[in-house]
Design a protein around this ligand. Structure first.
Ligand code: IVH
Length: 662
């Protein structure tokens, strides 16, 4: 192949993979494979400089260094959005529009509210000529050179029927994964890291040296048209489709919804998905679809009457560290915790945050009395993002990490190569209570009603000295505990009895072998099929199990080498616990298949559906990709459904799924 041909091919490939990654959230190749394409192109261009064009992806490295940003007057004012937080507030918004338009029901387009910064892009005959920040809405700053470094910003629109002048609005942001990688790289170079993706996107776009901007992984989505010559659109959907057809990156995650109920459904679905999204969002933007309605509705001061941002609860809030204490876990790990002045963040009231370990505590330099930002993301325990050092008064107290366990006073030890410190006494009451709680967990022995407080109380009163002791409890002993009535005591005993009938994978997981999670427990159960076989297994035997490496094998072997652990297993079996080996299933509809569950399932719970699929040899995954074989779409399925449709994944309703299980 001639160099010119290969160059053209590489540019096409790179543009394609940029689109998969940045626009569709669905990369097909690894970062390394992508980098290899860019490197190959760079090499050919270096050997044949004539082949270099301004639009080549290799040219997005920046170069221009400015003294200051020029001012840009927007052809049309850049509006911002009004906010609503509650159902009632959105209902009012919808009602105002219905009244003004004399319409029974209004159709809206719902889009994720990207948490970045607003920009305007100007294209003349399809060529990117200027880009600017919002500024005060009327006048912004010219950041063209910086914008040119954004990988998914088309410098030349590939589409057909391009308008002579097109001015679009969108958002520049940084994806979570890119943010993480960038911070890791900055940390490795000993440079200061960024607090969150939004701040770093804003900071990166306002760099006078465009080479700095080029080194930051910015992304772009466009969502509105400001000015367009010679085209009219009847609806917002038509507008978004035109932007897509011209080759601009439009977020595929949009829904069309009718009235309050429809929009509320879209809002809830997006909120539920928030943490699985590859970028940060802070709400749902709701826009009237019909263009004629928009014109008639007009605007008030700086925001349109036809759109609103329905915000999500904030995920980061300021509060005070009242006290720092440590908690002892089931493996003896000592975790420092901050007790906070309660604050409402991410939809719940938070009064504690983890500080992970001593190194982390030192790195963040959290002190008693500090004002801090706390953050709640996903199901993870809230954490302290940053101390607001400017608010220090001098009265803050640095925390002194204990050298003995605060519960049993045994010495605390740090294991070589690990960040955690551990209490060295396996009989420590805190460790025992932790082991009991883990044993009772829903995905382990599933003993309903045996929560953290109760485990602590039982250990405290000396009712049990190992997990096997649970099976020797009786009504009298239990009712002796504080706030334990006869009825709850009986319920607990029943739950304990029911737990005897269990599966080997649950049993192995429940033992709490260090680093053996649910997936490993499952693999071990399938491989050994009987607990004594596992207990006797050599390091080599163990490493024959899927995903078990030398370290994990050593951890498992070490666990069963402790006479006490072997005694607990025997005592459990003696007490009547019967771990069933995994069923061997004949190949069927789910063998080797990757299934994604989405929406609300009504015939069975998520866990139940997952178990049913796994029992039949299938695997359940949390997100839709090319590798997904089947999507089960329950009620109110949202963006996973949209994505599955885009990727051509087979989709079944819940009823069809239940049929397949039969
Ligand atoms: S539309 C007149 N759509 O939110 C409508 N804005 O508070 C103008 N934003 O300045 C904006 N995602 O920076 C729109 N899908 C989206 C958005 C979005 C994020 C930002 C934008 C705007 C701000 C308004």
């Amino acid at each position: 192949m001639k160099p010119a041909e290969r160059v053209a091919e590489l540019r096409k490939l790179i543009a394609y993979h940029n689109h998969r990654y940045y626009t569709l959230d669905s990369p097909e190749i690894s970062d390394a494979a992508y980098d290899a394409l860019v490197r190959e192109l760079t090499k050919i261009e270096a050997a044949f400089p004539d082949l270099v064009t301004a639009e080549s992806p290799t040219q997005r490295v920046g170069g221009a260094v400015l003294d200051k940003f020029e001012k840009v007057t927007h052809r049309q004012q850049m509006l911002s959005l009004g906010n609503v937080f509650e159902d009632a507030e959105f209902q009012e918004f919808d009602e105002r529009i219905r009244k003004a338009m004399n319409a029974e029901e209004v159709q809206y387009v719902c889009e994720p509210k990207m948490d970045g910064l607003a920009i305007e892009l100007v294209y003349e005959k399809g060529r990117f000529v200027q880009g600017s920040t919002r500024g005060d809405g009327a006048i912004g700053e010219d950041v063209t050179e910086n914008l040119k470094t954004i990988k998914n910003l088309p410098l030349e629109l590939p589409g057909k029927d391009l308008p002579p002048l097109l001015e679009v609005r969108g958002e520049v942001f940084i994806r979570k994964a890119d943010f993480k990688r960038m911070n890791e790289q900055l940390l490795a170079k000993g440079e200061e890291t960024f607090v969150n993706p939004r701040n770093s996107a804003a900071g990166s776009l306002r760099q006078l040296d465009s080479r700095v901007t080029a080194s930051r992984p910015l992304s772009l989505y466009v969502y509105e048209i400001g000015v367009v010559d010679g085209r009219e659109f009847a609806t917002h959907v038509e507008k978004l489709d035109a932007l897509t057809a011209w080759g601009l990156p439009v977020n595929p995650r949009r829904t069309v919804a009718k009235g309050f109920a429809g929009v509320k459904g879209a809002w809830s679905a997006l909120l539920a998905e928030r943490h699985d999204l590859p970028y940060e969002i802070d709400g749902l933007v709701v826009k009237v679809d019909r263009s004629d309605f928009r014109t008639r509705l007009g605007q008030v001061s700086k925001s349109p009457r036809w759109a609103v941002a329905w915000k999500f609860p904030p995920e980061e809030m300021e509060t005070k560290v009242e006290r720092i204490l440590v908690q002892v876990g089931r493996t003896g790990a000592i975790t420092p915790l901050a007790e906070l002045t309660p604050v409402f963040v991410g939809g719940v009231t938070v009064s504690r945050a983890t500080l992970h370990n001593e190194d982390e505590l030192r790195r963040k330099d959290v002190r008693e009395g500090d004002q801090v930002f706390v953050r709640r993301a996903g199901d993870v325990i809230p954490e302290i993002v940053k101390v607001i050092t400017a608010k220090r008064t001098g009265a803050e107290k640095p925390f002194v990490f204990p050298t003995t366990c605060p519960v049993c006073q045994a010495p605390v030890k740090k294991v070589e190569g690990e960040a955690v410190q551990r209490c060295t006494n396996r009989a420590c009451p805190a460790q025992l209570a932790g082991r009991l709680r883990h044993f009772a967990t829903r995905t382990a022995m599933d003993i309903d009603g045996l929560g953290e407080k109760l485990c602590e109380a039982m250990v405290d009163k000396g009712l049990v000295t190992s997990v096997a002791g649970l099976y020797r409890l009786d009504l009298d002993t239990l009712t002796g505990l504080e706030r334990m009535g006869e009825k709850s005591a009986q319920n607990l005993l029943d739950a304990i009895t029911r737990s005897k009938d269990t599966t080997l994978r649950r049993f192995i997981y429940a033992l709490g072998i260090p680093d053996v999670g649910e997936a490993t427990a499952k693999a071990l159960a399938e491989h050994f099929r009987e607990v004594h076989a596992l207990m006797k297994a050599s390091l080599e035997d163990l490493q024959k199990v899927k995903d078990v490496g030398p370290e994990l094998a050593a951890s498992i072997r070490g666990f069963f080498d402790e006479p006490e652990n072997r005694a607990v297993v025997e005592a459990l079996l003696q007490a009547g616990v019967k771990p069933k080996p995994p069923e061997v299933v004949a190949a069927g509809a789910f063998t080797g298949k990757t299934v994604v569950l989405t929406g609300t399932l009504s015939a069975m719970g998520r866990d139940e559906a997952k178990e049913a699929i796994e029992k039949r040899g299938g695997k359940v995954s949390g997100s839709v990709s090319k590798k997904t074989d089947l999507l089960v779409a329950g009620e109110e399925a949202g963006s996973k459904l949209t994505k599955a449709k885009e990727l051509g994944v087979k989709i079944v309703t819940e009823a069809e799924f239940v049929e397949l299980l039969k």
